[in-house]
Design a protein around this ligand. Structure first.
Ligand code: MN
Length: 212
């Protein structure tokens, strides 16, 4: 099996109260696991695709053979998105702050950190139904906020509105918050800032900026 369910880099209850342990457990061991299992199953008869990285598969999604493209888009996207999601969160107080370079880029693109947070939350709120809001580094090095439906992501050329390197993403599927917040997506998005791992987001920003 080429793809495996990653472990959390912290305990399931470590993000409380922003995200409760039961939500974390179901989200990773049921939802994310299903994406991994279904991705592996879709790629069983396609060893040339099974040997690629998940980033590569997402970037080349329009070239995936038609009979499995839908399954790979949904489940491969789901695997990439959730693997990143676990990494860009950390227990409250341990995620650090944006690096000087990232803070400067946020200020340049959005005016201020507060303005960025408000625009990012807005992208999450306006995503109708299920999907993600993203902070991305465009090929010219400029930051942008975008959002995708379902399990699409900004790596997907020919699919995403903005094709760029994601450095922060928030899951706004109801399965990400409904147990604790019910319909209150805005409250989830507001509390979520407490558990953003800015050290990891800054590392991803540096890596994307270096790649150009
Ligand atoms: Mn999810």
């Amino acid at each position: 099996m080429p793809f495996t369910l990653p472990e959390l880099p912290y305990a399931e209850n470590a993000l409380e109260p922003a995200i409760d342990a039961k939500t974390m457990n179901i989200h990773r061991t049921k939802h994310h696991k299903a994406y991994v299992d279904n991705l592996n199953k879709a790629l069983e008869a396609h060893p040339d695709w099974a040997k690629k990285s998940i980033e590569q598969i997402c970037a080349e999604i329009t070239q995936v053979p038609e009979p499995i493209r839908g399954a790979v888009r949904n489940n491969g996207g789901g695997h990439y998105n959730h693997s990143m999601f676990w990494q860009i969160m950390a227990p409250k107080g341990s995620g650090g702050a944006p690096s000087a370079a990232l803070a400067a880029a946020i200020e340049k693109s959005f005016g201020s950190m507060d303005a960025f947070k408000s625009q990012f939350a807005d992208a999450g709120m306006k995503r109708f139904g299920s999907g993600w809001a993203w902070l991305v580094v465009k090929p010219d090095g400029v930051l942008a906020i975008t959002s995708t439906p379902n399990q699409d992501n900004p790596l997907m050329k020919g699919v995403a509105d903005v094709v760029a390197a994601p450095i922060l993403g928030v899951d706004v599927w109801e399965h990400a918050y409904y147990l604790h917040y019910q319909n209150r997506r805005a409250d989830y998005l507001a509390a979520w800032w407490d558990v953003v791992n800015w050290n990891e987001v800054s590392r991803r920003f540096d890596a994307a900026a270096r790649k150009g």
